[in-house]
Each structure stands twice: as C-alpha cells, then as structure tokens.
Design a protein around this ligand. Structure first.
Ligand code: DC
Length: 221
C-alpha cells in the first residue's frame, strides 16, 4: 500500500507524513528533500539551465526508513545542508522544467518500486504515484502557514519578519501553481483536509482512520 501526502509548504505535510510512517511502520519518502538535494548538487556542480539534467548522472545514494529520508552525496549525508531558503528557491526553479520533473519522477518510482511507503510531496498523488491506494491533500490558509513557519524559525532561534515569510510563501505558491506543466493541484481522487484549525495529532488520526476505512473496505495490499 502506498499513501501519498501532498500539500503546500506549511500545510503540516512533513510532520503528518512522518508520524503516519511511524504508525504504519512504512518507509518515508520526502520528495521535496530530493528536489532540494538535486538543487544543492546543481549549485555545487555549477549546473545551470538545460545542463541541470546532468545532475542525474552524478552519484547519489538515498536511504528510506521509518520517518526518515537520507541523502548521501560525495560520501556525506547532506540533509543538514538542504533547509535554506536559497536551496528551496533553486529547487522551486528547477521544478518548473518539464524534463527535470520527468527524470526525478522516474527516480522516485525506481527508488520506491513495489515497497509500501508514505510519500510526501506536491504531486505525489497526481504524477509520481497516480495508482496510490490513499491520496491525502493537506491545505491551510497562507497566513496560518506563514505563522507556523515563523514559529518554527523562532524556536530555532531565528528572528524573521512575519510579513516577509508570508510574502515568500505567496510567491512560492504562485510559482508552484502556475508552472505550465504539472501545475500544483490535488488529484481528483485525493481526500482534502484543511488543517488551518486542526492540531497535528488530529490530522494524523484522521489519516489513519481513512487508511483503516480503505483496508476494511477491502482489497488493499
Ligand atoms: O517541500 P519543499 O519545500 O522542501 O520542496 C522544495 C521545492 O521543490 C518546492 O518549491 C517545489 C518543489 N517540489 C515539487 O515541485 N514537487 C515535489 N513533489 C516536491 C517538491
């Protein structure tokens, strides 16, 4: 069984996907982290424009486990290097290239194969695993997503202006939504959950309930 959890930045998808992975005991694939990893590699290798496709020839190792996706590049686990706004912005830019998306989607499918998994992303349910047995799409207002990001950064000791975060979120949303191919939208058969007024625990319980329902309704592997 594959469960896809899609949604915009700040919708709670990472926290929810990791907890669902723990509760089910399924490996977790964070596709956004891989977009960031390839963006980081393009930056390190100086690949720009059409050249970015060459990044798929570089050696990279990915390890999927319960609630973790680890990326090894140049003999080093690079997860810690991928969280910056700069890497996120490059990732969002290369994500607009159709050929890049085709390649990275093949990479994801080869990585997961026939495994049971929880897959977190933007288009996991629409383009990466359109046959997934359960597709979740999380939403939240832009203001609430900015507030969550602001709080997260504050907890990490980073003081940033709320309005600036909100602006960055709206800008990223626009780019992700308006790209000519693969515009960012829920799969037709996805279950939409608005998390603006919900705690993470509540969202996780709701997802687990949906999984139970689907299993009871039969036929799930
Ligand atoms: O989830 P994230 O913010 O770490 O993702 C970084 C960027 O990668 C995001 O701006 C959009 C892109 N992305 C994508 O286009 N499709 C995915 N499945 C995951 C990420």
């Amino acid at each position: 069984m594959k469960v896809t959890i899609d949604g915009p930045a700040g919708s709670g998808k990472s926290t929810v996907a990791k907890e669902v992975s723990r509760r089910l005991g399924f490996p977790y694939l964070n596709t956004g982290l891989l977009y960031r990893a390839f963006a980081y590699m393009c930056m390190s290798e100086g690949l720009k424009g059409e050249e970015v496709l060459k990044v798929f020839e570089k050696p990279i190792k990915v390890r999927l486990d319960i609630a973790t996706t680890e990326v090894f590049y140049g003999g080093e686990e690079i997860g810690q290097k991928l969280g910056s706004e700069e890497v996120g912005s490059i990732a969002s830019q290369i994500a607009t290239l159709p050929a890049f998306r085709e390649r990275i989607n093949q990479f994801f499918r080869a990585l997961v194969g026939e495994m049971q998994a929880v897959i977190e992303g933007r288009d996991a349910g629409t383009h990466i695993f359109p046959d997934a047995e359960l597709k979740i799409f999380l939403t939240a207002s832009a203001e609430e997503r900015a507030r969550r990001r602001w709080e997260q950064l504050r907890l990490e000791g980073i003081e940033v202006d709320y309005q600036e975060i909100l602006r960055a979120i709206l800008e990223r949303d626009e780019r992700d939504k308006n790209r000519p191919i693969y515009p960012f939208k829920p799969a037709e058969d996805a279950v939409l959950i608005d998390t603006t007024q919900m705690g993470i625990g509540e969202v996780v319980e709701k997802v687990l309930e949906l999984i139970k329902e689907r299993v009871l309704n039969g036929g799930l592997k």
